[in-house]
Write a protein that binds this ligand. Structure first.
Ligand code: NAP
Length: 500
């Protein structure tokens, strides 16, 4: 299984520099001639001998996601035909390209030992005829069929995973026309673009595709590309096989999450044959119900699915029932749900001896419930304030503590900390989180007397609220230790091993 670097610079010199800096991580390169400036075309024949890895020549037209070009289809075919005498391993031609215009190109490919990749793109979804169209494309001169499709929902992603399965099964049966009587399929390339398709870029290794694409230049060649270094270092790509256990995180959006880096590093250090992927998910059931297809063993769950998945699990631990949110699912006979947020939250304050003291919790969303549960579990007296007073009051009623609007606190400029006797203030709202880093849920809060201020936001490192607390002399804690500690707890549940 190859990692193929898509090169999208405007000069071949810059493409070669990209190849050189990524050479430890790549097995092939695709030169996107549509990104080159026209005066570079005459240099294309020399590229393969300088690249040092198998090269794919691609000249995409705008309709297939390519750059605008002054060339007609015939002009493009001429440039590619001229380049092929340089020993290109592959040339990519769209399956709807006019046969007459491309006759000379295909003949030249055959004479030079260049294999033809016959491709199509669908930016609107995953077409019903995906598998059949690829099989049909493989028939033409034993081409390598390629499709790049754009899953728009979890259901589309599952159909894409099934397409890999169908193509690999077809290939196993078609080693020689005699078995099936249909087209012969040796290699194929299937790409799921965008956030919903992302896991297929990593799992292409296990699912039977010939290669996966990556980008490393200023321009990303297609939606969802990551760099070859990320493929290898963040996703353990080179070690993934059909036997590799799959873990991941479901949420929407989810591509910003740092969880794959934490879990994949721990998998590697513990020598566990597993990979952890971000699954952008609009329908958790469609992912959970297809655990066999995806070889899924465990999932982290994030916004907005923490409540919804509770109804999909056959069993839940006590903390999930009390908090009303499930952030971890482990595959046993069915899916079993846990909550590790509350334990993760306590980790950075476990040596502080806060039992019996007073805590102020700002915010009454999903994370706040885990925080309140955790603080009560260590014997703190908890007050909850929230922008929407009713939500804080309802949360407080659920847990038997005090809760209401911000007016529960003394007004700005008057002592809040000492007057109220809070030794701990926990900020659990999303106010101040990237990209809205100027927001502050409690402007003018007086930190006098407050020992520890804990903001569970981890991006940015220091919110405005936390910066004010630090300036006031409080010990401050951001959300990263919580994120790490809840991931450590999840890792223990997933694998029985420790994440450092
Ligand atoms: P949520 O359920 O959507 O709740 C959002 C909370 O923020 C609500 O209380 C909401 O108040 C409040 N809020 C939003 N914008 C506000 C504003 N401009 N001013 C004042 N209050 C505002 O979200 P969540 O799941 O609880 O997550 C909240 C934050 O915690 C996020 O930043 C998330 O990244 C972070 N988090 C961190 C970890 C970690 O491991 N470190 C774990 C989980 C969550 P209303 O009720 O009035 O709308």
């Amino acid at each position: 299984m190859m990692i193929c670097l898509s090169c999208t610079e405007s000069t071949l010199k810059a493409d070669l520099e990209l190849i050189r800096t990524n050479k430890d991580f790549i097995d092939a390169v695709e030169i996107r001639a549509d990104f080159l400036s026209p005066d570079e075309y005459s240099l294309l024949p020399e590229l393969p001998s300088s690249a040092g890895v198998p090269c794919i020549l691609t000249f995409r037209l705008p309709a297939d996601g390519g750059m605008d070009s002054i060339l007609s289809a015939a002009g493009r075919a001429g440039v590619m035909t001229g380049a092929l005498r340089g020993g290109w391993a592959y040339v990519d031609i769209e399956d709807d390209a006019d046969p007459e215009t491309h006759r000379e190109l295909i003949k030249t490919a055959s004479e030079n030992g260049t294999r033809v990749i016959r491709s199509f793109h669908d930016f609107s979804g995953v077409p019903e005829n995906l598998v059949q169209r690829m099989i049909d494309n493989s028939d033409a001169d034993r081409c390598i069929p390629k499709a790049a499709v754009m899953p728009k929902c979890s259901g589309d992603f599952i159909r894409l995973a099934e397409a890999f399965q169908s193509l690999s099964a077809y290939r196993a049966n078609s080693m020689g026309y005699s078995c099936t009587g249909g087209p012969f399929l040796s290699d194929y390339i299937l790409v799921g673009m965008g956030a919903f398709g992302f896991p297929s870029r990593i799992m292409a290794a296990a699912w039977g595709g010939m290669l996966t694409f990556a980008s490393a230049g200023k321009t990303t060649a297609a939606p969802g590309h990551i760099s070859p270094r990320q493929m290898v270092c963040d996703y353990n790509f080179k070690n993934i096989t059909a036997k590799t256990d799959v873990f991941g995180i479901i949420g929407n959006p989810v591509m910003h999450t740092k969880s794959p880096m934490l879990h994949n590093e721990a998998m590697r250090k513990n020598r566990i044959d597993a990979v952890y992927l971000p699954f952008e998910t609009d329908d958790p059931a469609s992912i959970l119900d297809n655990s066999e297809l995806l070889n899924l063993k465990g999932l982290s769950v994030t916004i907005p699915h923490k409540q919804k998945v509770m109804g999909l699990a056959y069993g839940l631990d006590e903390a999930v029932e009390k908090i009303g949110a499930c952030n971890t699912l482990v595959k046993k006979d069915g899916w079993f749900g846990y909550n590790t947020d509350w334990k993760g939250f306590l980790k950075p304050i476990e040596t502080e001896k806060l039992g019996g003291e007073r805590a102020l919790v700002v915010g009454a969303g999903g994370a706040s419930r885990a925080v309140v549960y955790a603080l009560l579990s260590i014997g703190m007296e908890v007050t909850i304030v929230n922008r929407t007073a009713e939500k804080a009051a309802a949360l407080a009623a659920d847990f038997g503590c005090i809760g209401g609007g911000m007016d529960l606190l003394p007004r700005s400029g008057r002592p809040a900390g000492r007057a109220s006797g809070f030794s701990l203030v926990v900020q659990t709202t999303s106010a101040g989180m990237e990209p809205d880093i100027d927001q502050n849920p409690l402007p003018g809060f007086d930190f006098t007397g407050v020992r520890i201020v804990y903001d569970i936001i981890y991006a940015p490192d220091e919110t405005r609220f936390l910066a004010e607390a630090r300036a006031a002399g409080c010990r401050t804690i951001n959300g990263f230790p919580m994120l790490k500690a809840q991931a450590q707890e999840q890792f223990r549940l997933f694998t029985g091993c420790e994440m450092e």
